[in-house]
Design a protein around this ligand. Structure first.
Ligand SMILES: *[C@@H]1O[C@H](CO)[C@@H](O)[C@H](O)[C@H]1NC(C)=O
Length: 351
């Protein structure tokens, strides 16, 4: 009986302790679970009911949503909040003119690098970082063009710039053309350009050139006043004797190499190798007997008349004079002498 009494008492005692513990647990809050960037002052292990915590953000971050406080309630739970922290964002910087910028993002502590295009030099800071207040640590730099200075001029030469130049600052991309004073010839690159490395392209040279008097061409004549040496770019004209025809350029020029440009040639006339028969020359049909002188110039065309025996008609077959050579087409047959003297050259029927 005594034992039973003890059991009941100990049961009541334990129950009491249990309920006290529950009550205690319900009256404290454990550490609130907040995002990494959310900060709270005086963080303890337990907080008693009624404690109010003010939330803030780590440096370089701005608060987002609310409420900005949480309260430990009697049930041991913190009140709810949607409070979060976002990193500060800097505004997008402008890329320098004739340059570029490189960055991964524009958040607090990000770095933007600046570079200049070829031929431009960076003046100012080459990078900027995003500060806590959302501004950039430095202003964006400038990209200034490289200056080459005036182009070197060859002796007895000059340069003509492609645009008007003011002062001695001649910048990357400026170009021009070299010229030599007559009668000198230019050796090297005629065009000049201020390059990205601040150097001009190579300077050419102006040198004297002479060509010895040229030879005449076969069956030709040349406009050469006297036998003398000729200067660079001087010209001489050629012509041909009699019925020879000039083939190629009308004149030759003294070149940089001290040689003359390619000479023309005189091409020989032809004669038509037919005794009897009819031909067509310059649109006229005539008997060979009447074709006097028997000369066809180089490049000209003569047609002979060939007979189509099956159809009993004839057709004109053309052939060309090339430098004294004129072949008679195979279809041509010489007519008999009686045919020649008795008929008019145009009266046969054409095919
Ligand atoms: C900026 O330049 C630094 C130093 O040269 C380099 O380490 C970094 O990767 C660059 N950042 C970007 C985004 O190009």
């Amino acid at each position: 009986m005594k034992k039973r009494m003890m059991d009941i008492l100990s049961f009541l005692f334990c129950s009491l302790l249990f309920w006290i513990n529950i009550a205690r647990a319900e009256n404290v809050c454990s550490r609130p679970e907040l995002g990494d960037l959310v900060q709270v002052k005086d963080l303890q292990r337990y907080f008693s009911a009624g404690v109010v915590l003010a939330l803030s953000c780590a440096p370089g971050h701005t608060p987002y949503n609310g409420p900005r406080t949480i309260v430990c309630t009697n049930t041991g739970q913190w009140t709810k909040t949607k409070f979060t922290c976002k990193p500060v964002e800097c505004s997008s910087p402008d890329a320098p003119v004739n340059g570029q910028m490189h960055y991964e993002d524009l958040l607090y502590q990000s770095v933007v690098n600046f570079t200049c295009d070829d031929g431009y030099i960076l003046t100012g800071a080459s990078s900027a970082s995003c500060l806590i207040d959302g501004s950039w640590s430095v202003q964006e730099p400038q990209c200034k063009p490289v200056s080459c200075g005036p182009a070197p001029i060859p002796e007895f030469g000059m340069i003509i710039y492609d645009k008007i130049i003011r002062g001695n600052n001649i910048y990357y991309g400026t170009s021009g053309t070299y010229k030599c004073l007559a009668p000198l010839a230019l050796f090297g690159e005629e065009r000049a350009e201020c390059r990205a490395n601040g150097q001009w392209t190579e300077t050419p040279q102006c040198q004297e050139v002479s060509c010895s008097p040229p030879e005449n061409i076969e069956n030709g004549v040349m406009s050469i006043p006297q036998k003398r040496d000729f200067e660079y770019t001087e010209t001489i004209k050629y012509g041909c004797n009699g019925d020879y025809v000039l083939h190629g350029p009308l004149q030759i020029v003294c070149e940089k190499t001290g040689q003359w440009s390619e000479k023309p040639s005189c091409k020989a006339p032809c004669s038509v190798g037919i005794q009897f028969g009819r031909i067509m020359y310059k649109g006229k049909t005539l008997w060979m007997e009447d074709f006097k002188p028997n000369i066809v110039l180089h490049g000209e065309t003569v047609s002979v008349y060939c007979l189509d025996k099956d159809r009993n008609c004839e057709y004109a077959f053309p052939t060309n004079c090339f430098d004294g050579l004129l072949s008679v087409p195979e279809c041509f047959e010489e007519p008999s002498r009686s045919q020649v003297s008795s008929s008019n050259p145009t009266e046969m029927s054409q095919c």
